[in-house]
Design a protein around this ligand. Structure first.
Ligand code: ACO
Length: 358
């Protein structure tokens, strides 16, 4: 068997199609590029959730109200979340949200993710959490809560494009976890907490912070060659490169690169990142000729979120704030099958002893 379940088909879905050979991602009938550049966060949630809930409200209004309610609910516990690592604080905050199955629970979870992420950012900077604004779009309000100041329209649009770009991506590890939990008929909150735990690891959603650490370590394009050689000699993986499904460029990397270009704060870092990316791709092609290793979504996620002034410790939380819409849709889709996920395993342990004394 393949321990990574690489060839195993474990779900039928109408949500997204990751075409690894072509480098194409289709999210419910739309190419990711189209969705990211044309859809708001709220429109994307509706796009993913349509047909999975009987009682889907006006998402923008409901999310605004839910962010205000989540802030009031979390307020007494902010002080206990403050010392935790960012992703762990977010997970703890989610544990205080309701664990229902309906659209209100889904909205509440999305709102809680944003409000907690904003509060964590403020507390890590030694400031008090900023209350949400129910009238603002979800992406703009999230950025405002994180930074404590209103973003420009370009910045708000850039964050929204990011959240939409990462909203769904086939049966990745965190989404698979969400589906497994949902299949037990536990609530959406349980599925989302489990999925967020899956996102935490550096092979999945934990890569963009280390991408910036890597760029800092390299420092300048002409130092890239030696730095990369040393890292590969130590058996390390270069963060932001390689993918289980894509055998060509991850289309989301190009969407995000395009979005970064709209932000003036990115220019120096973007030029360096592009120069280093070229050297890394050359080196990976030379060192791993049997495996096509290309840039993945996390590389330009790091550049984009940094250009938006978001601290790197928060990057995985941001990923969760985008992916939560997909997790919820997958959880509902899995629940609708009515089947508990329960794969088989091959026993490799010792044969049963002939007697109790043996
Ligand atoms: N840097 C260096 N070598 C790599 C990298 C990398 N980023 N990725 C894969 N390889 C090498 C492996 O060492 C292995 O080499 P070997 O055959 O000589 O031992 C070969 O390529 C195949 O690797 P696998 O482990 O089979 O690839 P897999 O499909 O399991 O890996 C993964 C996918 C986990 C994303 C991997 O490419 C990786 O670790 N990348 C770095 C972390 C990263 O960017 N994560 C974010 C992924 S995107 C997302 O989840 C949102």
């Amino acid at each position: 068997m393949d321990a990574g379940l690489e060839k195993v088909v474990a779900a039928e879905t109408v949500l997204s199609d990751v075409q690894g050979a072509e480098g194409r991602l289709i999210i419910r009938g739309r190419d990711v590029e189209t969705l990211a550049l044309a859809f708001s966060f709220e429109q994307t949630a509706k796009h993913l959730w349509a047909g999975f809930f009987d009682d889907l409200p006006d998402i923008k209004a409901a999310l605004g109200k839910a962010r205000v309610a989540a802030f009031a609910r979390l307020k007494p516990d902010f002080v206990r979340l403050a010392p935790l690592a960012e992703i762990e604080a977010l997970r703890a905050a989610l544990a205080l949200a309701p664990d229902g199955h309906d659209a209100a629970s889904a909205i509440d979870l999305v709102a809680t993710m944003a409000v907690a992420t904003g509060a964590i950012a403020q507390m890590k900077a030694g400031r008090a959490p900023v209350a949400p604004d129910a009238e603002t779009g979800h992406g703009a309000d999230l950025l405002q809560m994180i930074r404590g100041e209103a973003p420009s329209p370009e910045e708000a649009r850039a964050l929204e494009a990011y959240l939409v770009t990462v909203s769904d991506h086939g049966l990745n590890a965190s989404t698979f976890v969400a589906r497994c939990v949902a299949s037990t008929r536990a609530g959406l909150g349980s599925a989302v907490i489990a999925a967020l735990s899956g996102l935490k690891g550096p092979l999945h959603g934990g890569a963009p912070g280390p991408v910036l650490d890597m760029l800092d370590g390299i420092g300048a394009a002409d130092r890239a060659e030696g730095w990369i050689r040393n890292a590969l000699d130590r058996g390390e993986r270069l963060m932001g490169f390689g993918h289980r499904v894509y055998r060509t460029r991850d289309p989301r990397a190009d969407v995000l690169k395009r979005v970064v270009n709209t932000l003036p704060a990115s220019s120096g870092r973007l030029a360096l990142a592009q120069a280093i990316e070229g050297r890394i791709l050359q080196k990976l092609a030379a060192e791993k000729p049997d495996r096509k290793l290309e840039t993945n979504v996390e590389y330009y996620t790091a550049i984009l979120l940094e250009a938006l002034g978001i601290p790197r410790g928060l990057f995985t939380c941001l990923f969760g704030c985008g992916r939560v819409t997909g997790w919820i849709a997958h959880a509902r889709e899995q629940l609708a099958t009515g089947r508990l996920v329960r794969p088989a395993s091959i026993y490799l342990g010792p044969a049963a002893a002939a007697s109790a004394a043996a």
